[in-house]
Design a protein around this ligand. Sequence first.
Ligand code: UDP
Ligand code: MG
Length: 318
Amino acid sequence: MALPEISFVIPLYNEAENFETLIRRLDELMSTLPFAAEVVLIDDGSKDNTTLLMHSIAEGDPRYVCVFLSRNHGHQLALAAGMKYARGGRAIMMVDGDLQDPPELIHEFLPFLDQGYEVIYGVRRKRKESMVKRFAYWAYYRIMTKIANIDLPLDTGDFALVSRRVINLLNKMPERNRYLRGMRTWIGFKQIGVEYDRFGRNAGTTKYSFGKLMSLALSGIYNFSDLPIRIMTYLGGFAIGSSLIYLITVLYKKFFWGNVPTGFTATIIILIFFGGVQMIAMGILGEYVLRIYRESQQRPLFIVDKVIQDQEEISNQG
Ligand code: UDP
Ligand code: MG
């Protein structure tokens, strides 16, 4: 098979219910593309039929490359694995396996690639999700753009067409706590957003547990903002400031009124309050230490069990 110009990179974690539709849509889409394309599917340690389905597609069709991870590594690391194995010479399109982001949008993205844009990302105009989730996303993205030290675009996920040059650069970034949309923005060059409506899931339920979503959100904040560590300094400043004000009031009262109220309750409250502030400060500090520790362990980002490429299975011998 001729080397593909474009690779679709799609992480799958228990997406058996979506598999057939996904493949049908991709087959149709690839037949409309004027050049060779491939699909890199990553099995992120699925426990359902996904693994089996992936085997049969990759063994029968050389346009499909399947990477099987040794266990569930999480969406961001699965994407990292897909980007390593994708051979697309011009660009790589990141898509979700649940078809929330239509892969067909590549037709709208491609003209920008021709114009020299290196990252063309989808911007969600509307999204089909519960009220609470929509609000949480809305608030998070707005807070992030305020506190981040890079210009993060609003309402943008990992859904994007990314040039080979940027993919090579991303592959060289060894950080373990990955917030891909931030890393992608950090790289720079010409980038542009294209608006689209985000659909609901094709089938099944979200594979992002609350914990996984929180940890992604926190990685965004810790990796692209200095605010958490600065907050401690601000809080310290606030504590000293308020105690000085208190001291001045007490002294004033003593000299001009002569009676200083001896408040026991106030002391306790202040004690507990600043005890709590110190704990939080230590927790934030601990978070940085933990992240430094994780990075210093230098573990590989993900472990591959086996790969099926050009209909041939290669298992990882470690
Ligand atoms: N996914 C993954 N590993 C995980 C969680 C999710 O590979 O640990 C995949 C999932 O199969 C889907 C994509 O990442 O293709 C996005 O996940 P999902 O649709 O569940 O997230 P949501 O759209 O609800 O944020
Ligand atoms: Mg989804």
